[in-house]
Design a protein. Structure first.
Length: 82
């Protein structure tokens, strides 16, 4: 999977490296999916605030995660806390 390497790099770098591995990997994965595989950054550039942009891409993010075989999904509440 071409996405695994950048996700792992993100999980072991920066502020995430101090978290437990399962949390670090989940945060890195959701961040990667949001920024690389959805229109999130485009929405921000168009003037949407962070919460609105996250709201509009959450279904796309969960679709990607399901496609990867992930049984966990992102909820609106969880995404707002990240």
């Amino acid at each position: 999977m071409r996405d695994a390497e950048p996700i792992l790099e993100k999980a072991v770098a920066g502020h995430l490296r101090h978290l437990p591995p399962s949390i670090s990997l989940w945060q890195a994965t959701t961040s990667y999916v949001r920024h690389e595989l959805t229109e999130y950054d485009t929405l921000l550039e168009e003037g949407y605030d962070r919460d609105a942009a996250r709201h509009f891409v959450i279904d796309d993010m969960n679709e990607v995660l399901r496609g990867w075989g992930c049984n966990k999904s992102i909820s609106e509440e969880e995404d707002a806390e990240a």
